[in-house]
Design a protein around this ligand. Structure first.
Ligand SMILES: *Cc1c(COP(=O)(O)O)cnc(C)c1O
Length: 358
């Protein structure tokens, strides 16, 4: 019997989806594609961490409440104690929990575009209606009239605002964000994945807006491999979202390791500060190039436009340098590339090859 009929069981939304693509980086010597922190830990810190891991009980289920880890996150991120917190296996999992919670007949998830692709993917996976509202084509600011009109028309259950935005690197105007908060009757999630690289945050607005949730992650700080994200907001709302969390989603090694790492928070803050300085330096050097458009950034990456993005991307790869080609991913990103800020040596190596290619 042929087995092709099995696909008939798969929902069309899933069949039409292309899986999240992670490029092969085996022949890559300089990896600047995924907003990772380029620095490893000091030998002393690694030794201290390994010592601690010996005491972790791998035979036991993790603490489902992760109390110690949560308390540390409240402290280092200056989160008001009156707010609730949910942990996710990366913020990706939190986006999934939000979509599962707010899913429903004709419920809409709205986001400005281009933005982080997981919002759209997870809306489709759970079967929510998805609306993407284009950003301004030149500076990627919010087209606030279009957004407010879409909010009126679709009454979204869930709005995602990446602040700063990925892949454009900018923060949206505070007054535009406030008008969205004032207009929306649904939940507004401000995704602050790039908080380590900007002074801007919506944490101070939590007390004022009960439908506002702030999402953070330790990935861009330098702990992407441990997979830990957090969602913060009014406890009554979070209690509902918490019901969709699998009981042991943060494993014992991640709990112990992130708790350990956050005790060395100043070490990571110093790295983020270094990356910010290197980002500004890289931007300055990119802006000298005549055939390159480079947008300002409050993140650890820079968005670029060149004449032939696909050729430049492929040739960089042949030189062992991996960045992200955004050409074809959204109409506003024609011939765009995204480069993550690496170590000063990596940035210079990238710049040297890139300059020749453009
Ligand atoms: C990288 C990124 C995330 C994903 O973070 P994880 O915690 O690693 O899952 C979420 N939102 C935005 C905007 C990002 O760029």
């Amino acid at each position: 019997m042929k087995s092709t009929y099995l696909l008939d069981w798969i929902r069309p939304e899933i069949q039409q989806l292309s899986a999240y693509h992670v490029p092969d980086s085996s022949n890559i010597t300089i990896k600047l594609d995924a907003m990772e922190n380029p620095y490893r830990w000091s030998a002393a810190m690694t030794a201290e961490w390994l010592e601690l891991l010996q005491s972790v009980a791998m035979n036991r289920y993790p603490d489902p409440t992760a109390q110690e880890l949560k308390q540390q996150l409240y402290t280092v991120m200056h989160i008001p104690q009156s707010m609730g917190m949910i942990l996710g296996n990366g913020s990706d999992e939190l986006i999934q929990m939000l979509a599962l919670t707010l899913n429903g007949q004709e419920h809409t998830l709205l986001a400005p575009e281009p933005t982080f692709v997981m919002y759209r993917m997870l809306a489709h996976i759970v079967g929510m209606n998805y609306i993407g509202v284009p950003l301004d084509a030149t500076d990627f600011s919010l087209d606030i009239f279009a957004i407010l009109e879409a909010i009126e028309n679709y009454q979204p259950a869930l709005i995602f605002l990446a602040y700063p935005n990925n892949p454009t690197g900018n923060v949206f105007a505070i007054e535009d964000m406030i008008s969205i908060l004032e207009t929306s009757r649904g939940i507004v999630v401000v995704d602050e994945a790039y908080a380590p690289f900007t002074e801007n945050s919506f944490l101070p607005y939590l007390a004022q807006y009960p439908h506002l949730l702030i999402m953070r992650t330790v990935s861009k700080l330098g702990l992407a491999g441990l997979r830990l994200g957090l969602l913060v907001g009014a406890p009554t709302l979070l209690e509902q979202i918490e019901k969709t969390r699998l009981p042991y989603n943060i494993n014992v090694l991640s709990q112990a390791s992130v708790t350990f790492a956050l005790k060395h928070y100043p070490f990571f803050e110093a790295q983020a500060l270094q990356i910010r300085r290197d980002r500004d330096e890289l931007l300055k050097q990119l802006r000298v190039l005549k055939k390159v458009q480079a947008w300002p950034s409050e993140t650890n990456f820079i968005l670029l436009r060149v004449e032939q993005a696909e050729r430049v991307f492929t040739q960089l790869k042949q030189h062992g340098i991996l960045i992200k080609c955004l050409h074809g991913s959204h109409p506003l990103l024609n011939h765009c590339l995204r480069v993550t800020v690496g170590t000063p040596a990596e940035n210079q190596a990238f710049l040297q090859v890139f300059t020749k290619l453009v």
